[in-house]
Design a protein around this ligand. Structure first.
Ligand SMILES: NC(=O)c1ccc[n+]([C@@H]2O[C@H](COP(=O)([O-])OP(=O)(O)OC[C@H]3O[C@@H](n4cnc5c(N)ncnc54)[C@H](O)[C@@H]3O)[C@@H](O)[C@H]2O)c1
Length: 262
């Protein structure tokens, strides 16, 4: 199926490592131009260079999704260098796996700033342009944690639940302008170390939590008895972002081997 993405202009926030990297690459394979906004500039430049191997524009810029001015500057750069934005992906996320009662307030604040404010900033920043053009597609990466609540991920789960409700509410408001918003929720999707920059969760403390043994145990909770790959998530994102999903908005799609079914 031709997804009709050739020549489209895509921004992937948090597109440098792991899932975001796979999403960026998949758009490039579909011949879309991609600008990556990520606070890990070195890794973003590396991924952007890989995108250009598909004969498209692959650009990168340093950005912090939790900072409104920074997100606005990504929109400006995309418009200056690509001319328009057809698709915007809110992928940047951050979590620290710890029991609610054991977490320091600073970690909650970081989780809220990146996972919730980051998505609010992204959606708001790109909407002026999309409303003016009367078309656009925004996909935010949620989490099954946001659908069911997850042990040791209370505030992160709350943010991801917020992303789902925010998406539905904004989808109702801007559908009349031909703009669609959807959420894709991964289940556990381990990063490949060689495809992750220094700021990836898979290079930090989280990686110590999800040891190979812990991953084997987690598989047993998944009806398909396997964990996701970054490409599994990217496949769903690229489809739901494309015009082939043109009658789908305000929806939440889990890509998690059946971990949640709702
Ligand atoms: N991997 C999983 O198991 C899993 C499961 C459920 C949901 N998710 C969600 O999927 C998304 C991607 O996760 P991942 O595993 O690929 O994570 P990752 O840490 O490997 O990659 C996240 C990317 O976002 C960037 N980033 C983080 N904070 C940023 C900020 N403030 N500004 C700009 N860039 C920032 C990082 O540099 C990195 O490139 C996140 O939203 C995460 O919550 C992941």
């Amino acid at each position: 199926m031709d997804l009709g993405l050739a020549g489209k202009n895509v921004v992937v926030m948090g597109g440098a490592s792991n899932i975001g990297r796979a999403i960026s690459l998949q758009f490039a394979e579909e011949k879309a131009n991609v600008l990556i906004g990520d606070w890990d500039e070195g890794q973003a430049q590396k991924t952007a260079a890989d995108l250009t191997k598909h004969g498209v524009k692959g650009l990168a810029t340093k950005a912090d999704v939790s900072n409104w001015d920074s997100v606005q500057s990504v929109v400006k750069k995309a418009l200056d260098e690509l001319g328009s934005i057809d698709i915007w992906i809110n992928n940047a996320g951050w979590a620290m796996d710890r029991l609610f009662m054991e977490k320091p307030r600073s970690e909650w604040e970081q989780e809220i700033a990146i996972n919730y404010w980051g998505v609010i900033n992204g959606i708001r920043a790109v909407l002026d342009h999309m409303v003016e053009k009367k078309r656009g597609s925004i996909v935010s990466i949620g989490s099954d944690a946001g659908r069911m609540g997850e042990y040791r991920e209370a505030v992160y789960a709350g943010c991801k639940g917020g992303v789902i409700a925010l998406t539905k509410a904004v989808a109702r408001e801007v559908g009349r302008f031909g703009i669609r918003l959807n959420v894709v929720c991964p289940g556990l999707t381990p990063g490949r170390i060689e495809e992750c920059g220094e700021k990836s969760l898979w290079k930090g403390e989280e990686a110590e939590v999800f040891t190979p043994e812990a991953q084997e145990r987690a598989k047993k909770a998944y009806p398909l008895r396997k964990l996701g790959t970054p490409e599994d998530i990217a496949n769903a994102v690229v489809f739901i972002a494309s015009s082939r999903a043109g009658h789908i908005t305000g929806q939440t799609l889990s890509v998690s081997g059946g971990y949640t079914m709702m």
